[in-house]
Design a protein around this ligand. Structure first.
Ligand code: DAH
Length: 369
């Protein structure tokens, strides 16, 4: 910064100035130095130093000149020095102010550049949640049945043995009760027993008790069984129950509905096979198999090299069930089915461990946006 000519500390006499003519060159030299200083000012800190060096009341260059040149000047030089000093002061003040404005403007430009928002940059994506794969599978299955005129109903997870078993034609000591090891609620002695439903089928009874045919419903929901957790068992999982009852529903309607559903869910290339089975609440009962959607039936890991995948249980509603809900078994017929939602999702997406659905590891969940 400014290397103030040391002569500003000297008097005119000491500098050997004795005539008017010597004054302007002296000031011209100062002004040239000032202009060099001014040119170097490029930030606020430098500007303050610069201002104080030239305009500071006690030790600024102009103060020194006033004290050392003007005040002690002999009368014949006073006028010339005073005039030159005024001109220099006017110049210094104007330039100091101009530099202030320039420094401020460039600081502002820099700040603006630093803070500039680049609207062309890709935005920051906030991760948003997705529906759990079980929920997605529910919705996919429901969509197909809704398109066929079915309605979605839901029911209680706490049930009585009557709805969970009896009215579904599963009397006490029936072996079918053993396959659905049941959680009973721990209730005060003498209270009527309650259990966690082992399937969504009890809703068949609730719905038929409360409405007359035609019935066309699906029932999504959580069910509970005393199973030890492993890759295919969980103590809580999800089912979708289906029930269609009317005056003229035949086995063909049943088969057609099942085939339509399977082809909608797995794709038109997938074939359906009905395999005879047993459920107390259907007669005849079937297991619905689909040709393997992965290998097309030639055999692979997913279908365990059988070409077929077991999908769900179903059948024509057993007339005994109508007896429990006061439906006229002579006038009515229908079919029912019960699908495991986890199983569907596992088959469709090649998931080999049912526990993945319950662990809620986001690395798993994120794969199904
Ligand atoms: N409730 C049966 C189960 O949980 C599944 C089932 C099979 C439901 C056949 C039905 C059916 O409605 O007709 O294993």
């Amino acid at each position: 910064m400014t290397t103030k000519t040391s002569n500003v500390l000297q008097t005119l006499a000491e500098l050997g100035v004795s005539g008017d003519a010597q004054v302007p060159p002296l000031f011209a030299e100062l002004r040239a130095e000032f202009d060099r200083d001014a040119a170097a000012v490029n930030d606020e800190a430098l500007w303050k130093e610069f201002r104080d060096a030239w305009l500071g009341r006690k030790s600024g260059v102009l103060a020194h000149i006033t004290d050392n040149w003007l005040k002690p000047a002999p009368p014949e030089l006073k006028r010339a020095v005073g005039q030159a000093l005024n001109e220099l002061r006017a110049h210094v003040e104007a330039v100091v102010e101009a530099r202030r404005a320039a420094v401020e403007a460039s600081a502002e430009r820099e700040a603006t550049a630093r803070e500039r928002v680049d609207l062309s940059l890709p935005g920051v994506r906030r991760p948003i949640g997705t529906h759990h794969l079980i929920q997605q599978t529910f919705q996919e299955i429901a969509r197909i049945f809704l398109s066929l005129g079915y309605t979605v109903v839901e029911g209680p997870e706490i049930e009585t043995p009557y709805y969970n078993f009896e009215a579904l034609n599963i009397p006490e000591h029936h072996p079918a009760r053993d396959t659905m090891d049941t959680f009973y609620l721990d209730l005060p002695a003498g209270a009527p027993p309650r259990l966690l439903r082992t399937h969504t089928s009890p809703m068949q009874i609730h719905v038929m008790e409360s409405q007359q045919p035609p019935v066309r419903i699906i029932v999504p929901g959580r069910v509970y069984r005393r199973d030890n957790p492993d890759s295919t068992h969980a103590f809580a999982f999800h089912q979708i129950e289906g029930l269609a009852v009317d005056t003229d529903i035949t086995f063909c309607d049943f088969k057609g509905t099942v085939e339509y559903f399977v082809s909608q869910f797995f794709g038109p290339q997938v074939k359906t096979r009905l395999r005879s089975s047993y459920f107390p609440f259907t007669e005849p009962s079937t297991e619905v198999d689909a040709s393997c959607h992965v290998c097309g039936g030639s055999g692979c890991r997913v279908c365990k090299f059988s070409g077929w995948i077991e999908l769900f249980g179903a059948g024509m509603v057993d007339p005994a069930v109508y007896g429990f809900v006061n439906y006229d078994a002579k006038q009515l017929s229908g079919f029912a089915f019960g699908m495991g939602v986890e199983r569907f999702a596992m088959r469709k997406y090649g998931i080999s461990d049912i526990q993945l659905f319950f662990q809620n590891d986001v690395r798993f969940l994120r794969q199904f946006p």
